[in-house]
Design a protein around this ligand. Structure first.
Ligand code: HEM
Length: 419
């Protein structure tokens, strides 16, 4: 995303040479934020929550036009519970990241997590970032379940010189929930419209039997189960990764992030919105295109990078064939051409006797003028220009017919009576 920011800022500078650093930064930031929101809700959330939950929490994006869902009275901040529920990703980690070359052959050695905590030097090696990205988009993740790789449960931030110095991420997550005063898992079940369990066996609809048996051995009472533990062990929602309790926590959070944010990219607020054509451009972008644009030598990506490549269902295509944002639409207007008239930005001109146009950032906006006195109009404009203006004709033809003597006076320039 940082590379994308700099790429967009560079393009904006080429298109708007008169912009200063602040304008370039703020506009690039706004575009990249919008792209991030679009990719997250369009490509990522459906895979985490499944389509049923996406529909239930109204997280579907609009295919066109502006959203009117902004609610100034709701709270967009991050829920305490979300800070724990969103750690479900820790269960998806593999012990090492595969590296792949340009023809997707594995490169050795893979990047072992525990060998690189606090040591990102590897990323400075030429081609390394591309190799890791190819690996990440080609190899499947771990299953979301009660297991976390040993690399983060025994070797997190380990000091190799000191045996057993590694931390346990699962324990940190559980303890962090308690530090933050979170309610037990059972309370969140009730809040999320599941039944409040009175015994361990009441969990059987959401949690597999053998896992319930392990819970019995771990916790003294069903009310003692922590949110992180209970959420992680639930059977996934249909078509998603997380179970109903994490699904509910994430669903509410992502709904708030969308509806309570005045700067949400689909919003209609005329002070901060994108133009309709700009919004259409943002809606074209996919994570595959982002990777293409920002890796060093990546030339192809599968259409949907959150899904494994497949020659039929998700083929790798050339980066050139993936749609992206056309930044030409952010070229700032300095003027608008309306017919033969050129109007400066923010200026207004009468382009004909009865039509006034204003040049806005989104293009010219024209409106008909109400004519109070047609004879005054006739003193200022030629008969041809008035007759050629449909708006004048509609308003003044009646007046000129009613007073034909105006047309016969020598001083009269109109000649309407003869027409
Ligand atoms: C190699 C990969 C990762 C490592 C080593 C890692 C490690 C950590 C650590 C050490 C913490 C702080 C734990 C604490 O003391 O409370 C943390 C917090 C967190 N992690 Fe991860 N994590 C990784 C990947 C992920 C992924 C893939 C996700 C989500 C999809 C994720 C979500 C979170 C969240 C939401 C927090 C809490 C942040 C906060 O409240 O400030 N992490 N992670």
């Amino acid at each position: 995303m940082m590379r994308e920011h700099n790429r967009v800022a560079g393009e904006l500078k080429r298109l708007n040479k008169h912009w200063n650093d602040e304008q370039l930064f703020q506009n690039a930031r706004r575009i990249v934020t919008a792209i991030n929101q679009h990719v997250t809700y369009n490509e990522w959330l459906p895979r985490v929550l499944g389509w049923n939950a996406v529909n239930l929490y109204e997280l579907n994006l609009l295919p066109e036009g502006y959203s009117e869902d902004y609610d100034a009275y709701c709270n967009p901040t991050v829920l305490n519970e979300f800070g724990i529920a969103f750690r479900f990703g820790h269960s998806l980690l593999k012990p090492s990241l595969e590296r792949m070359d340009g023809i997707f052959a594995k490169r050795n050695p893979p990047v072992k997590l525990s060998e690189h905590f606090f040591n990102p030097d590897l990323l400075y090696q030429p081609g390394m970032l591309d190799e890791i990205i190819r690996g990440l988009t080609t190899v499947s993740m771990e299953t979301l379940d009660q297991f976390l790789t040993d690399e983060v449960t025994n070797h997190l931030f380990e000091d190799k010189r000191q045996p057993f110095s590694g931390l346990d991420l699962a324990a940190l997550n559980i303890q962090r929930g308690r530090d933050h005063g979170l309610q037990p898992y059972n309370e969140y079940r009730a809040l999320c419209n599941l039944t409040r369990a009175r015994s361990f066996d009441d969990l059987h609809r959401e949690i597999a039997r053998p896992v319930i048996e392990r819970m019995k051995r771990t916790y003294a009472h069903v009310d003692d189960i922590d949110l992180f533990t209970g959420g992680l062990i639930e059977t996934p929602l249909h078509g998603g990764l997380v179970g109903p309790t994490f699904g509910c926590t994430l669903g509410i959070q992502f709904r708030n992030l969308r509806c309570c944010d005045r700067f949400w990219y689909e919003n209609a607020d005329p002070l901060v919105r994108f133009t309709d054509p700009q919004l259409t451009e943002i809606r074209k972008v996919t994570l595959s295109k982002l990777l293409c644009d920002n890796c060093d030598y990546v030339e192809s990506e599968q259409w949907s990078v959150f899904d494994l490549p497949d020659p039929f269902l998700n083929p790798r295509v050339s980066c050139r064939d993936l749609p992206g944002v056309n930044l030409e639409l952010w070229k700032e207007r300095v003027s608008c051409g309306v017919g033969k008239t050129n109007i400066d930005i923010s200026g207004a001109e009468r382009i004909s006797p009865c039509v006034m146009c204003t040049c806005t950032k989104e293009g010219p906006v024209c409106q008909s003028l109400k004519i109070d006195n047609c004879f005054h109009l006739a003193q200022s404009y030629s008969p041809e220009s008035i007759l050629n203006d449909h708006v004048c004709k509609v308003q003044c033809a009646f007046a000129f017919r009613a007073f034909p003597q105006v047309a016969t006076q020598d001083s009269n320039q109109l000649g309407f009576a003869n027409s």
